[in-house]
Design a protein around this ligand. Structure first.
Ligand SMILES: *Cc1c(COP(=O)(O)O)cnc(C)c1O
Length: 441
């Protein structure tokens, strides 16, 4: 990539084909507008929001959609299930999001279901796909798995009467490294292929921002007759996915991060079409639509992932997701990713170009754009991270921190600009220099 000069943020913004999509979102206010520097007029009181990896911003269209549903409920009560003025009968409410959702993860529409929440869905999917036998019973995970995923896996193992110390194998980074080497993952798969039932990894690692080679790992694990599941919490809406073509067995994700569906938003699952007859825990919403209300207690599954649904989905949560997917529908994951690679690359270049701050932190996210999404994780010399974070907050930079020493910054291509990234880099420099003076190592 060509080196971008410091002055070129506005030029980069003017050449950005997705620039107009920022207007589709509410940008949070600067918590401390009087403390802000810079003379960019109208945008001065907006915060620089770099936290879309944790909670995506609210699309402007979402409020109207929610109000419409409240109106239908107020005016029509139960009739809203079938009679809906905006053609979103609640009985098939997921129909308004499933096509775009399938596109975003690279699946056939029948291979995904919009339902529930992430950790619960992981449990349901493991109930279906993790079937340990005497010989094949282990689960391969990463050493630093997100706690909720780890608890889910550990409790599944125990639920089957197994010991986690025996049944869970974790892949660790090489000594002195922060990220995992694909070869090491493949090696662990190869060494444990005979005794392993399932592998469950994140598409993008929440702490380091590492994007795994989903296709390669999936192919290799399947060759060893291992069920392959992916947690795509930080990957969905962030990087291009082709779950169907990659022959992933199952996947799950939440939608409030890069998919901007709002806090606690409705989640999604993927079940490959070749796995849709897998035994599973069931509920009435997974029952064939035409006969669901016959109430005869003979379960007939909806073909595909739909058969894994349990409850009628939250209409409010589903239209919140719709508000965001309407924005995604104006572009493509290809274009989003293309901007994202440039935007994150620009941030990395600005950070690395600054020699004064270089000694106080390191970027632990892979340098190779094909091994990361929108996030950079900055690991500080011990003792200064909190001070840097506070100073950033005071300057109107919204990021997030992970104890003990990491700040994560994620320029989200749908609403972040090159100008945001430039402003961040300036405030970052001041924050690091001040923090290191006061609290210095
Ligand atoms: C965000 C995230 C979760 C959150 O789980 P919920 O069930 O939505 O609360 C779980 N796992 C990973 C890897 C995440 O990044």
């Amino acid at each position: 990539m060509a080196l971008v000069t410091l002055e070129s943020a506005s030029e980069l913004d003017s050449r950005d084909h997705l620039r107009h999509l920022r207007d589709e979102f509410h940008i949070p206010k600067h918590p401390n507008p009087h403390g802000s520097r810079g003379a960019d007029g109208a945008t001065d009181h907006q915060a620089v929001y770099l936290c879309g990896n944790s909670l995506g911003l609210q699309p402007k269209g979402t409020r109207g959609l929610l109000l419409e549903e409240l109106g239908v409920w107020a005016d029509q009560g139960v009739y809203g299930h079938h009679n809906h003025p905006s053609s979103r009968p609640w009985i098939d409410i997921d129909g308004c999001v499933s096509e775009e959702m399938a596109k975003i993860v690279g699946a056939d529409r029948s291979e995904i279901a919009v339902m529930g929440t992430l950790t619960s869905n992981l449990h349901f999917l493991m109930a279906a796909f993790y079937r340990p036998t005497d010989l094949k019973y282990k689960i391969i995970v990463e050493e630093k798995a997100f706690p909720s995923d780890y608890y889910a896996i550990e409790s599944q193992v125990q639920w089957h009467g197994l010991k986690s110390s025996d049944a869970i194998i974790s892949v660790s980074p090489q000594p002195g490294q922060h990220t995992l080497d694909t070869h090491d993952i493949l090696k662990v798969i190869e060494d444990n292929g005979a005794s392993t039932a399932m592998i469950l990894l994140p598409g993008v690692q929440y702490y380091t921002g590492q994007l795994f080679d989903i296709e390669k790992i999936t192919k290799f694990a399947r060759f060893h007759d291992i069920i392959v599941g992916w947690d795509l919490a930080h990957a969905v809406g962030n990087v291009e996915l082709s779950l169907h073509d990659w022959q992933v067995d199952f996947a799950a994700w939440c939608s409030y991060k890069y998919l901007n569906s709002g806090p606690g938003g409705i989640a999604g699952i993927f079940v490959h079409e070749t796995r849709s007859s897998q035994g599973r825990l069931t509920g009435w919403w997974g029952h064939d639509r035409a006969s669901r209300f016959k109430m005869d207690n003979n379960f007939v599954a909806i073909p595909g992932a739909g058969g894994f649904q349990h409850s009628n989905p939250s209409v409010m949560a589903t239209v919140c997701l719709l508000g965001s997917l309407n924005v995604f529908a104006k572009t493509s994951m290809k274009d989003i990713r293309e901007k994202s690679v440039r935007l994150t690359g620009y941030m990395e270049e600005l950070l690395l170009a600054d020699e004064e701050t270089r000694g106080f932190y390191e970027i632990i996210t892979p340098r190779n754009p094909s091994e990361r999404g929108a996030q950079l994780s900055l690991l500080f010399k011990h003792g200064i991270m909190d001070a840097v974070f506070q100073k950033l907050e005071r300057a109107g930079i919204i990021a997030d921190k992970r104890e003990p020493d990491v700040i994560r910054v994620a320029p989200a291509p749908l609403y972040n600009s090159f100008g945001d990234v430039f402003k961040f880099s300036q405030e970052f420099k001041e924050a690091v220099l001040e923090a290191s003076r006061v609290d210095g190592p």
